[in-house]
Design a protein around this ligand. Sequence first.
Ligand code: EPZ
Length: 434
Amino acid sequence: MDKFRITGGRPLKGRVSISGAKNSALPCMAAALLTSETITLHNLPYVRDIITQRRLLEDLGGTVLTPELRTHKINASHVEVFEAPYELVKTMRASVLALGPLLARFGKAKVSLPGGCAIGMRPIDLHLAGFEKFGAEVKLEAGNVVAYAPPEGRLRGAEIHFEKVTVTGTENLMLAATLARGRSVLHNAACEPEVADLADLLNKMGARVIGAGTPTIQIQGVESLGGAQHTIIPDRIETGTFIAAAALTGGALEIKDCYPGHLSTVIEKLREIGVEIEELNPTTLEVSCRGRLSASNMTTQPYPGFPTDMQAQYMVLMTQAEGVSVIDETIFENRFMHGSELQRMGAKIFVNGRSATVSGPSALTGAPVLASDLRASASLVLAGLVASGETLIDRVYHIDRGYEKIEVKLRQLGADIERVREPVAVPALQPLPG
Ligand code: EPZ
């Protein structure tokens, strides 16, 4: 298991380019299952979750060509398997996004029910309730969701009212509704930019989706969908992570190939606490932080609110800010695992259920710490960049799921960070009997 070794205290300087958004690339890759023609996706991030999604598509019978590292040509004309197995789903919950397209195009799907994860129970009941509204028969068998389209073989358009905003729930039902008979309306839908990016691709494939990016999405079902080319939007969470890195190290960064428009709430909040952020042009930010940060409360919310995927990074900022701040996590019930690791580095954090109180500024010192999930591991990297001495982060496979070569990008900006490969233990050969 790889680790990161970081020696902190160096201000980051220079230019960094942002990769494509993992949380848009995953549903866009799943969209290829809706058609027998080829989908070409550009600006895919080179991260482990994309490799897992590719493997899922190939296991289903799809072909994925990579003319370039960040371009995939996906063709699902020979899909013969309609099952996303436990082995894959347990490594990546987003595999559940195969359910909508398989059910809509082939009338059947079997997807392992994703169990809970470090940050919460994360049920998919709203996804399944939506498919039932589309007329599907949905059953749970041996840990798998098994779903069949109604006898006439095609899903029926319907009105869905989400009792809670769900990102992949919105995406899964939007994917399915594109081939349903009639019109569907998704109310209280997720407004995340990744949802709108998926709709953009679907409309290029011949779908009729309007209102994506707003709480009400209307989809007029069509008989079939065609091929398309699409470029994935920049990753707003990776962008936010690098803004935090610049601020925490007292550095100065030019962040390129990003899209500030998808980050306005984050940018506004970070400016409020004292980070200097200037939009040089629609895809470039200039970030620096000369003064001391000031503490400010924050509550995570669905988009356009402050994203939960930036909560851990924000907590590290608050450990270095003057004063006391309260962070309320409203999306996931168990997303403060990084708090106890940051305490090991000297941070003053008190967690009470879904609320964390941070007192700052604290002088962080390097320590061996354990990553528990993707964004928690990003926060430990940020803390390591600030801390005096050496930090050793274990289980960085979490960060490889959603950040493309983060240690390489940081090293190019002057950070003292390296990936430490643990030698694989080879069992000693036993002498042969006799
Ligand atoms: C997406 O997860 C993202 N993942 C997450 O990013 C992100 O944290 C999350 O949205 C919230 O923004 C991808 O897009 C692949 P939800 P998702 O359904 O869709 C509850 C990262 O770090 N809920 O919007 O799984 C759920 O338990 C990852 O990149 C139900 O109760 O999240 C949660 O409390 C982590 N029933 C809330 O809704 C359902 O059927 C929001 O979850 C569905 C969700």
